[in-house]
Design a protein around this ligand. Structure first.
Ligand code: ZN
Length: 280
């Protein structure tokens, strides 16, 4: 269970690999930082990009952060693992434009950060406590809802008219659940029918069956790491995108068939309305 106090890393954690969308190599060094620093990327061009909703420049199958000319692709899996571990303050140094996809899950991020050690700091972590519900709707029935609740809680409903997917649901409570077992091992997935057009659009340049679960009409490209792996990955993404609140959230977050854009739109609506953090 993570502390209610702010946390950082005891020693650095290093990740190396290619980005799934850009195909670019990147070495990431995550270093500890002082209280109230937040999670901040040091982009490859030297610019600083805070991991906050007001840094989001675009969502196109991944979340893209930017500030000035600096840009960071696909921060969500790393941020999801950091949020799960209670690492609120860190400097994340990037040698390339995109956080490596590794095996498509957050398992390596989680285990390496945990091994580097979480240093509990002295001040309470900032907490966002919405006092009313928020909902954002997509144009094809997708939605994300935030409802006042006694603790942080995530729920995801996935639906694809597809023989290998159908309807899948997952609930995750950071206080009671085990992120390492229930969420972290779930890999990025893509429908086979989507893979070719993505390549043509210049996305998923680093995508292979080694770092994504490809869903065919009658099979998966590899055995599932956890049951209902696709919906668990969507929950992993949801946690990573809500980490952009730069605070912990005390609410029930429910996403139905949503993606990064809707996650970020809902987090932004909360951010604009609440902004009542305990951080001075
Ligand atoms: Zn993802």
């Amino acid at each position: 269970m993570k502390s209610h106090l702010q946390g950082t890393l005891k020693k650095e954690a290093v990740f190396e690999g290619v980005g799934i969308h850009t195909g670019q190599p990147c070495k990431v060094v995550v270093r500890g930082a002082e209280e109230n620093h937040g999670r901040v990327f040091a982009a490859s061009d030297g610019g600083r990009v805070p991991a906050r909703v007001d840094s989001v420049v675009k969502c196109d199958r991944c979340t893209i952060l930017g500030s000035g000319d600096s840009v960071v692709y696909t921060p969500e899996h790393l941020l999801s693992a950091m949020a799960a571990l209670g690492i609120d303050n860190a400097l994340i140094e990037m040698s390339g434009p995109e956080v490596p996809i590794l095996d498509g899950s957050a398992a390596t991020f989680y285990s390496a950060l945990k091994q580097a050690g979480v240093q509990v700091q002295k001040s309470p972590a900032p907490v966002v406590r919405p006092e009313k519900p928020f909902s954002v709707m997509g144009d094809q029935g997708q939605s994300v809802h935030v409802v006042p609740w006694s603790e942080e809680h995530y729920e995801y409903v996935l639906y694809y008219d597809h023989p290998m997917l159908g309807c899948q649901t997952v609930e995750f409570s950071p206080q009671e659940g085990d992120y390492a077992l229930e969420i972290a091992p779930a890999r990025t997935f893509a429908l086979w029918e989507e893979v070719k057009p993505l390549l043509e659009r210049g996305l998923a340049q680093g995508g292979t069956v080694d770092n994504a679960l490809v869903v065919y009409q009658d099979k998966f490209s590899s055995p599932l790491t956890v049951e209902r792996e696709p919906v668990r990955h969507k929950c992993l993404d949801l946690i990573g995108d809500f980490a952009l609140l730069d605070a912990r959230i005390q609410a029930k977050v429910l996403a139905i068939r949503a993606g990064h854009k809707l996650h970020v739109d809902c987090a932004t609506a909360v951010w604009k309305d609440v902004r009542v953090c305990e951080r001075a």
